[in-house]
Design a protein around this ligand. Structure first.
Ligand SMILES: [Fe+2]
Length: 389
């Protein structure tokens, strides 16, 4: 089913900042090839502490084994689940016909957001919350989140290089963004669910700028760590469509030893006018019942005040048609969180005129006044009211 996966390029993160220009150029070319066709790259010398990641997974599994009541205390529908615990079957992929994913998650942000942004976007710039008696969980998770953010920033320098932009252009655009790290536990399938259409993660593209995936751990039905129980389980991506494969081609991700993965999100596709492609990907569950998996994803976001529109060098009639109109990242995030089922539909109301109730109240009061006065003042409502827009 898949083309040979070693075609997906590997980049050494150090090469992107090498003093030797030919080394830098070769690394940038790998980024260009990887993100232009697959939307995914393998990263060597990433700087993420994998021992710490393993310690974190132990702490995370301790948390997920807590009672439903305990975990519910960490659930935050009021901030659209952007921090703390997301129960299973909450989030759904946009194109999946509404089938929720079989996973539970815990979200944090690597750095405390600025007060101004917390006020403007209370959900996507919320402060972290932590479970009780979970020091190891909090300490290791925060550290990993920051390391993953740094991988993203370093790789973004390579992306700018690959696209002929100023080296700091992307790095500056994500500074202060509503970045989130998500720890996930994919729920085991039972006998009846195995071999059905149920997936651990339905096909979707990530909506952020760049996603960093440091790797996960499979667990057997007794909860013990195990190797991959089914060679076909795990992540598949769909390549950019071309003449040979008009719908793209499904490729199974097989991360080389010692590497981690980075993926292009929709925000990066939009600002590059489609030069980089946000890759559709899907997570296949093993075909054996009872197996679960823990994993982590770090989502680097553009700053909420950035504009989402092809940058000048990538602006063509076609890209403007495909990615217009220009949008503000914060409002784009709001809409997408509604689409994937985390934010309520009413959140849309904040994007339009919001003072209908005020006008209505004034008009009702005036109507009451007129009735009291026996309807003598004919035009009062018109004059006191505000324009409807
Ligand atoms: Fe994803």
């Amino acid at each position: 089913m898949s083309e040979s996966t070693h075609e997906i390029p590997v980049v050494d993160l150090n090469d992107l900042t090498s003093p030797q220009s030919d080394v830098r150029a070769e690394a940038a070319a790998a980024v260009r090839r990887a993100f232009g066709h697959y939307g995914l790259i393998y990263i060597r010398n990433h700087g993420v502490d994998i021992d710490l990641l393993e310690k974190f997974y132990d702490a995370f599994l301790e948390f997920t084994s807590r009672s439903e009541d305990d975990k519910q205390k960490m659930s935050t529908p009021d901030i659209w689940y952007q921090r703390g615990w997301t129960p299973p079957n909450t989030e759904k992929a946009v194109v999946a016909g509404g089938q929720p994913d079989f996973k539970e998650c815990f979200f944090i942000t690597p750095y405390e957001p600025a007060d101004e942004l917390k006020q403007q976007y209370p959900e996507i710039y919320a402060s972290n919350i932590w479970p009780e008696n979970a020091d190891e969980f909090e300490g290791s998770y925060t550290e990993l989140s920051r390391q993953l953010q740094q991988v993203g920033v370093n790789l973004l320098r390579g992306c700018a290089l690959a696209l002929g932009l100023a080296p700091q252009q992307f790095e500056a655009a994500v500074d202060g963004g509503p970045h989130v790290t998500r720890a996930l536990r994919y729920i085991p399938l039972d006998d009846e669910q195995v071999d059905t259409d149920i997936l651990w993660g339905e096909e979707h593209t990530d909506f952020n700028f760049l996603t960093i995936l440091p790797g996960g751990r499979f667990l057997d039905p007794s909860g013990e760590r195990c190797s991959k129980p089914d060679p076909d389980a795990g992540l598949y991506l769909r390549t950019r469509p071309n003449e040979e494969h008009p719908n793209g081609k499904l490729v199974q991700g097989q991360t080389p030893e010692g590497c981690i993965v980075a993926q292009v999100g929709q925000q990066l596709e939009i600002v590059t006018g489609g030069e980089f492609i946000a890759t559709p990907h899907v997570i296949e569950a093993p075909k054996q019942p009872g197996y679960s998996r823990v994993a982590m994803a770090h989502f680097v976001h553009l700053h909420a005040h950035e504009q989402l529109f092809p940058l000048e060098p990538f602006r063509t009639d076609e890209s403007v048609r495909a990615y217009g109109p220009p949008k503000m990242v914060g409002t784009y995030n709001l809409k997408t969180l509604i689409d994937i089922g985390l934010a309520p539909k009413e959140a849309f109301d904040r994007l339009g005129y919001t003072q209908y109730e005020r006008l209505d109240k004034i008009r009702q009061e005036e109507k009451g006044g007129q009735e009291e006065m026996g309807g003598q003042e004919e035009k009062g409502g018109q004059e006191a009211g505000e324009p409807a827009e």
